[in-house]
Ligand binder design. Structure first.
Ligand code: IPM
Ligand code: MG
Length: 370
């Protein structure tokens, strides 16, 4: 019997609904497995801007740092869209990633067999299923590089004054690249042993360093087959042959873009979980890949499954309870195979369309039976 401290950041939009559901599922896991989870609710995102005047109050960060793991719903919404960069809800997310040193972001894009018809791709392109793990570098690159906005004194070749000029710098060190590549290689070892390193090495110096470091460490993982792919080609191959991709490892920015694309291919972004990890022994952060969905917030129809599946990753990676995590995943699959759907994943022929609460109850019921 162990006691785990979980910082819960409901955030904005549908965030509070999906985290509440997930905490209910986790309570059930606690009582069945004989462990105790102590949840502390933490304010961050738009709600923190409204309540405390800043997206990530120091107290929130302190609680997150002292926890065993962080569960996050979603942050952001149109209400805060016109605020300057540092004051936006998204700054909470970047602050948490940086302060908790969560350099490895694991995003799963799985086409659940029960939801095949939800994929927007032609059936023959996804007939063998899709199961891609995107390993995205999360605390470096252009997201955290030097940036600026200044008045330029120069002109374009035709004499037009440039006016204002902005820049965002992409920087990667060997050490940063190596540690994220190692996450890619070890993940590939646990899966189908195929690693695609996505970059833009025909243009970017940072990408060429990614390739060099890959070549340096690849011999340590002789079973993993490595392919390099330019990001533009990768965005195309994801549509052409999604079933052949296993693990993709890439930079912060490319990972941001490709994970949305991969998520869409599965047709069910409401199903996709993620984990953000730092060095072992430090708290990881777990959140659904989908955003705050302000259009459906408060209606009780949000799909809680991505957050519930993120909790499964939390059990596996941060709490040392992999079997319980697996049971949650099984419970979710069982609910889907019984035909239960939330509106976002329902097709016109589905008759068991449930709200957030009912779906959560079904998962708990299925978990109890395992
Ligand atoms: C994501 C999001 C964030 C990102 C935003 C909200 C800052 O798009 O987690 O993918 O760009 O990393
Ligand atoms: Mg994104």
């Amino acid at each position: 019997m162990a006691v785990f401290k979980i910082a819960v950041i409901p955030g904005d939009g549908i965030g509070p609904e999906v985290t509440a559901s997930t905490c209910e599922v986790l309570q059930k896991v606690a009582s069945k497995s004989g462990n105790e989870f102590v949840f502390t609710e933490v304010s961050a995102g738009g709600i923190a801007i409204d309540t405390y005047g800043e997206p990530l109050p120091a107290e929130s960060l302190r609680i997150a740092k002292e926890s065993d793991a962080v569960l996050l719903g979603a942050v952001g919404g149109p209400k805060w869209d016109n605020l300057p960069g540092k004051s936006r809800p998204e700054a909470a997310l970047l602050g948490l990633r940086k302060e908790l040193a969560l350099y490895a972001n694991l995003r799963l894009a799985i086409l659940f067999p029960e939801l095949k018809s939800a994929s927007p791709l032609r059936p023959d392109l996804v007939e063998n299923g899709v199961d891609i793990l995107i390993v995205r570098e999360l605390t470096g690159g252009i997201y955290f590089g030097k940036r600026g906005l200044e008045k330029s004194d120069e002109c374009l070749p035709d004499g037009t004054p440039k006016g204002m000029e902005a820049f965002d710098v992409e920087t990667y060190s060997e050490a940063e690249i190596e540690r994220i590549l190692r996450v890619g290689f070890t993940s590939a070892m646990q899966r189908r042993k195929q690693l695609t390193v996505v970059d833009k090495a025909n243009i970017l110096e940072t990408s060429r360093l990614w390739r060099k470091v890959t070549e340096k460490i690849a011999p340590e993982y002789p079973e993993v087959s490595v392919e390099f792919m330019y990001v533009d080609n990768a965005s195309m191959q994801l549509l052409r042959r999604p079933g052949s991709m296993d693990v993709i490892v890439t930079s912060n920015m490319f990972g941001d873009i490709l994970s949305d694309e991969a998520g869409m291919i599965t047709g069910s972004i409401g199903m996709l979980p993620s984990a953000s990890l730092g060095t072992p022994g430090t708290p990881g952060m777990y959140e659904p890949v989908h955003g705050s969905a302000p259009d459906i917030a408060g209606k009780g129809i949000a799909n809680p499954l991505a957050t519930i599946l993120s909790a499964a990753m939390m059990l596996r990676y941060s709490l040392g309870l992999p079997e319980e995590g697996e049971k949650i995943e099984k419970a979710v699959r069982s609910v889907l195979s019984q035909g239960f759907r939330t509106t976002d994943i329902a097709s016109s022929s589905d008759t068991h369309v449930l709200g957030t609460k009912e779906m959560t109850e079904k998962v708990i019921e299925a978990y109890e039976k395992l």
